[in-house]
Design a protein around this ligand. Sequence first.
Ligand SMILES: [Zn+2]
Length: 270
Amino acid sequence: MKKFSSSLILSLILVVFIASSCNKGSDESPINLFSVDDDIAFGKSMEEEIAANPQDFPLLDASAHPEAYQHINRIRDSILNTGMLFYEDKFEWKVYIIKNDSMLNAFATPGGYMYFYTGIIKYLDNEAQFAGVMAHEMAHCDLRHSTNQITKAYGIQIMLSILLGQAPGQLTEIIASYAYGLGTLAFSRDHEYEADEYSVKFLYQTSYEARGIADFFIKMEGSPHPPEFLSTHPSPENRIEKITEVWQGLGGKEGNTYVESYNAFKASLP
Ligand SMILES: [Zn+2]
């Protein structure tokens, strides 16, 4: 596990002190205790942990499947090139494909590391739907929802132990929460609405249909095995409504869904 900055540990100690000396009952913590560099270090640790566990995370080898990665990186770049992300240059924005056709899921860790299961890629119909999901995940990273959520879910004391290396196994648990949508790290409704909003805003600056994420929800509702995260997220109906509002507010421009290039992407998967 990568070393975390001493400033983070210091600030955690400080906050533990402040928190214990004040008796505010709210569980909302608007303060993100992590620095941007800590987000990156945390994400990097998770990346290493995932790479070291091919049994649970059979990553598709980029050198053996260059075409699949060209497609997924091309979609990522079209979102990055909008110039709308705060950490466009700071984060690595690394994308991995996990070979598991039965998992309809995707997740992103702090610092811009994204994981997409072959199951979800194959299930979707067009590139705008997929780009909508990717833009949503990128928004979670860019708005730094994850570290905010980790701190809230695990508490400052436990986070401090993890960072000091006194809680081995905790990182694995956090990764499992992300990957299997176990709920521990479910984002708040506000974070979800915000990631949806930014997904529309990002895609609006591309030639993709900006409501791709809404189309994704419609598609997933028809799935025989909707992913766990849909049940913990706000209801798809409410989200579609808000997505439409954001899109109309931007001017209601219709974009392309790109079925052909998406089929080529799917065909490049094993
Ligand atoms: Zn989300």
